[in-house]
Ligand binder design. Sequence first.
Ligand code: IVH
Length: 680
Amino acid sequence: MIKKDIEKIKKDYLKKINLIQKYNKAYYSNSKPLVDDFEFDKLKKEILNLEKKYNYLNNKNSPSFTIGFQPSKTFKKVLHKVPMLSLGNAFSQEDLVNFEKRIINYLDKTENFQIEYSAEPKIDGISASLIYKNGKFITGLSRGDGKEGEDITENLKTIADIPSHIKLKNFPEEIDIRGEVFIQNSDFKKLSDKFANPRNAASGSLRQKNPSETKKIPLKFIAYTFGYEKGMKILFQNDYLKKLKEWGFKTNPFNQTLKNIKNLMENYYEIEKKRGEIDFDIDGIVYKVNDFKLQKRLGNVANAPRWAIAHKFPANSAISKIENIEIQIGRTGALTPVAKIKPINIGGVVVSNATLHNEEEIIRKDIRIGDTVLVERAGDVIPHVISVDFKQRAQNSKKFNFPLSCPSCGSKTVKDFNFTTKKKDAVRRCSSEGYGCEKVAIEKIKHFVSKEAFNIEGFGKKIVENFWNLNLIRLPQDIFKLDYTKIENLDGWGQQSVANLKYSIDLRKTISFEKFIYALGIRHIGLENAKIISKNLKSLKNLILLSKKNNFSDLLNIDGIGETQINSIKNFFANNTNIKVLNGLEKVLFVNDAKIQKSDGLLNNRTFMLTGKLEGLSRAEAKSLIEENSGYIVSNVSKKLDYLIIGEKPTNRKIIEAKKQNVKVISQKEFLYMLETKGS
Ligand code: IVH
């Protein structure tokens, strides 16, 4: 074909892309369709046909990429009264045994203690929270980030499985009923090719701005748990599931109440066998401790309950070929090899990247460029290479040489020595600390603005990269000093979008101390540790003071913070750029001091330490009990310690030291008495 023809085809194609974008925008963002469905589908088909015919045509705004509906950003955000948690995963019988062991230890029971579980097939849909007051469906929320959801009431109201009124006497006065919105496979097949899989269809349809669009898609709802409630007198999960049915909700017909890992495994295999016959996608079985009293004692870790786990079914996999191995550099300098594979469809999703984890993994599995490999994709886990088909390997194939210098900045790459395992790490890292390496710096800034850190809305990964390339940002503090007039003149930006960006940045100039610590991206200081440090140090001022004294030994007294974390904090502050970041941020931000824990709790901010084994109470549960009642737990005997609680077989040295320092030494009984009456 002559060049002129190609140019014309490209031009026509682009015109159609622009047109469909215009239709989309009018429809999704402004809820004012410019054309009817027929016209829209016709245009879409034309574009797809052109792409099929001329393989040089592609555009990121093509409907072949933007499958499904673009989520709207205009839903009202509402806080969940009780957070919507996620679940830990188990993949094997061993994982289940460990799950049960953790529970038994936490509850301080003996090995033969039998736990009863509610075993519920895990539907792969979209979770929703339905708030009922006096029997009336009032508000419906999406999960959102778990803490804050979107108000999708009107869309949920279109689902026939969701009762709008419940007139039964035994229905709680107030309750937040939670469950899964999904689409049956048979219904999905009947839909046009708008969505890649049933889950996307459910999600896209639920987050439609126009409820009449939601209504067109036959969504279903199955209930399985609750958040906030008032006036519910149910003690067991299986009873709750029964009640849900009485109240008019659908529940999963394959739910079971079971004891013993052996029976859990049998049930798991049975359901897995039936998986293909069931008319909705399930990706595993959820096990929940059946007794609500025990659930309450067990509580949560980070954002998942201790009392439940998801036992996942084996993932989908497919065979492909490695075309190249690229090295990605993370914010901690870790070099992650990624296999660029020939695109393949795994369970409805096109996969073209598979992680190879680290250098060790490549050596262990002898993975090479050109190899034919088995790739697995499980739920939201990043696709990874399972194994190499050595029979297919070319004769001239060469071992992959992992780079000994950083592909971004050229610094040496190193493997740290891990003091806990007494071995070298499997991960190789760029040795230039922090912001010295371009790729690391960009990743650090991405982390800084990310959802769990500063959560700057609209400041996504692409924008970080763009702004970096344009030299607008080099360090986190630059975000708060952006030259907005310059941005307004950039391609793709305008007055309104710049105003939005400025608004979301300004919104985060005030931040909690905890999020601030997390956002710094200190290695080994994740969300949980940031929280612990924030609670103990209380203010940014104290952190800066500590860094100036260059003495972090005080942190060692914090329960939960160990040598690994302290070493990492030390390293962090030994780096001048990090100090510059800290000082720079302090000037432009208002970092709120940590909320003083309810000091109205019975333990009144007193500090406790445990020695020896307590009866019927694990260390972890004792710690939670102390913290829930406004006490603190420390890990050393010092003047700062108020009470040393003695259990069975205590460490005598600690008792002697405590007495020397005038610390009150109390028994478990005395401690429990403090929780019943006023801390004295
Ligand atoms: S209980 C606190 N029960 O799994 C426990 N969740 O990874 C979390 N899910 O977001 C909710 N079936 O979307 C629970 N029978 C079931 C479930 C279930 C599916 C989903 C739910 C949740 C996710 C957690």
